[in-house]
Every structure is written in C-alpha cells, then in structure tokens.
Write a protein that binds this ligand. Sequence first.
Ligand code: ASP
Ligand code: MG
Length: 481
Amino acid sequence: MRLVVMKFGGTSVEDAAAIERTAKIVAGRVALGKSPVVVVSAMAKVTDALLAAAGAASRGDRIGALALSARLRCRHRDTAGALLRGDQLPKFQTWIDAEFDGLDEVLRGLAAIGELTPRISDLVVSHGERLSSRLVAAAFIERDIAAAHVDARDCIVTDDHYGKAIPQDDFIEERCRIHVVPHLHQGRVPVMGGFIGSTVKGITTTLGRGGSDFTGALIGGALDAEAIEIWTDVNGIMTTDPRICPDALRVKTISFEEAAELAYFGAKVLHPATILPAVKKNIPVQVLNSRNAENEGTRIISLAPHSNSPFKCIAAKRKLTIIDVVASRMLMSHGYLKAIFDVFDKHKCAVDMVSTSEVSVSLTVDSNEKLPAIAADLSALADVKYEGRKALICMVGENIRGQNGIAAQVFQAVRHVNVRMISQGASEINMSFMIEEDDVDEAVRSLHAAFFKDPDPEIFDVEARDAARAIMTQLEERVEL
Ligand code: ASP
Ligand code: MG
C-alpha cells in the first residue's frame, strides 16, 4: 500500500470552493494508486472565533459569545449547502445544528460560571476540526471518493496538558491500527481533524495552535506512511520573503534541521516539533500549494543533499528590542549572568539572542510591554539601555558547516548596514545578526543577490524565476516599441 498522509490547512478548507479543490487533489492521489489519509484543520479563522466565543462567555458576555457561535453555525451550514445534494444535505445540517446546540450549551454554562479552564477551552475549540472533518468527508463522498470520517480523538491519545497536550506514541499506533487501517484495507480514504486528541480517559485535548501539522506527522509516523504532504496556500518554502525580494526562489529540497531552524525564526512554514515524528521515521514531508496543485512545492528530508550554495534561506524577524546590560559593580563576578536571566525569568520573557563581552551583555527580546519593569529590575544589577525597532536576519544552510570565509561574504554583502549583534547558532547551520528594522529590506535584497546569484538548479526552482524574467523582458521590449 502506498500510504500518504495529506494534511490540508485552514485555507484549503475555508469555503466550498476550497473544499472542491481539496477533493480534486485527493481524487488525483487515489487515481495515482496511492492510499491517502486526510487530516484537515478547522475552516480558516474558525479556531480564533471559537476562542473568542469562549473568552467572551467566560467574561459574562453571553450574548456576544452566542452571536459568534451563530455566525459559525451559518458559515458551516452554508458551506454544507453549497457542497452537498439530495437527502445528504438535510441530514448533515441537522447534525451541524446538534453540534452547535451542544456548543451553545457549554457557552451558556461558561457565562454562568464566569471561568474558563484550559480543559473547557479545548472542548470548545475542538468543534472547529470536528465540524470541518465531517464536512470534508461528506463532500468527498458526494464527489465519489470513498471517504470515511474518523474521529481524531479516537486516534490521537495525549496526556492531560490541556491547550498543549503531549501525544502518547504507543497508544497512537495501536489506535490507528484499530480506527484507520481497516478503512485503508477496504479502499476507503479516512478523513480526520487535526489539532484535537483525547486523554486515555476520553477527555478532549488539543495539541496547541497550529497543531494540525503535528497530527499529520503523528499519523504518518504511526502508519509508516511513504510521505506526508502539508497542503497550504504558498508554493512551499522560499529562499526569502518574495514581498521583500521579487527574486526569491522556491527551495525544492531542504533538510529537517534547516526547516526547523527557519521555523524558530518565524518563517511561516511548519513548527519544528511538528515534523519530529516524521524525522524519527525518516518520512519525507512535502509542503504543497492547494491553489496551485501542479507546483512541486518543497520537500523536507532528513539529510540535505549536497549543494554548492551555502545558504538555503534568509529569514527576517522584526519588532525586536536589544537590551544592553553594562556591568558596573558585579563585573565578571560569578552568578552574574544567572542574576540577569533571573530577571527575564521573573517576568516570563523569552530571550532570543545573547552576546557577551567582558563588560557587557546584550540580549534581544520580542517587543514586550514588560520592558520597563524588566529594565527597572536589571538596573539594580548594572547600567541598562534598551532600544526597539530592531530586526534579526537569520541565514540558514547546512553547507555553512566548516566552510571558510562565509562570515566575510555575509558581512561584505551588508557592509553598508549597521550590524548590532552577531551570533552563529550552536546548530552550526545558521548565522544571525541584528540590524535596524528600517534596514531589513535592503539587507535581505543585498544578501539574496550575493548568495543566490548562481543557485544550484537541483535545490532551487530556477526555471520559474527565469520564466518570470523572460516575461518581464518581453513586456519591457513591447513598451519600448
Ligand atoms: N485550527 C488550529 C489552529 O488554528 C490548528 C491548525 O490549524 O493547525 O491553530
Ligand atoms: Mg498551520
């Protein structure tokens, strides 16, 4: 059996048209002789709306919470109306109503009690994936795909850390054998929601925001899939943000480690932990675009093939603040760094990057409303300055390992930019530095021009860029005529 897990994100199931496209993509895989297991997110923005409803209810705003729920009820009913025919439709709409009646019951209860526990929050928010997965399964059946809905909560067994529950791998394998494998043997396509799970006792949990990718990787790992496909609305991982740099190229192949590094720096692809179950079993993950299904996307594999380009990607993270701590009294005394970090710990503030010298420590944090309080606490230890509107540029690539002269090339490319802090990641596959936010576009373009002048066509989609350039030249020539 050529088993593939196909995970579709919120935008790939956001409305009837998106679900139609998704059905076509899955039918295409079946036609190729593959056995897909489909994992779907909630329809786009539904998770946020459910959280807002739970929040409103727990603040006593019962009317507001029920209004949010009513809007979601209409959206799901309308989408079902556009996708289903015959007696399927009234049956399904009755089911949707029953689900929302149950949800409204919980919201009323929350409003009465005025307290939202993580456990109840998970219960409320789980409705998004519960609804989308049933809807997608019904739409598939209507389109002659032999689909079978599977309740993800029967398969994804987790601990009881509500809001970010930890999956229990051994249980998951066993549950998949019971609830998923029989459908596959009968030639059916199992369809389940991502993000949601349950404890061994059957209490609903979630894997944390963005957790549907994680579900995809868990199911893929449990079933030893030959591949995991993550369907989104971008053409895969790009060398850099194409809005900053029109010359950005699609990366055809990237290693797990590189992808994880990028995710830490906010590149909107995958959360690093989510692909771990796939890494462990050496299952390739393919990032694909459901609006452009012909595109090959990006393949994420455990060992990157050799490439003559040192870097795969340039990521930028804005809205950072640099805090400079200049030691006065406690200069070089032991326990000094600990005392500094204790302050950040006390304010629950994560530090992104650190660099130290004999007399000073510089740290960066996400712009944070607690900064004045943090600075006040730090000033008991040293002189403190902080400056916002900074950005981190992060260059990622396995091929920088042990290569001489890379740093010189990087800083040569941005020689006109003021670099504030430098760090070469412990992972040895990233080189990061801090600059002014206003310099980001300029720096990214210069770096891209320097390192992707002659990109390896095995690793980067040079054809698409060349085609785009050819069209531009034609247009320019026409304008000149
Ligand atoms: N629907 C969930 C969220 O928005 C999970 C996911 O889509 O990955 O976080
Ligand atoms: Mg996502």
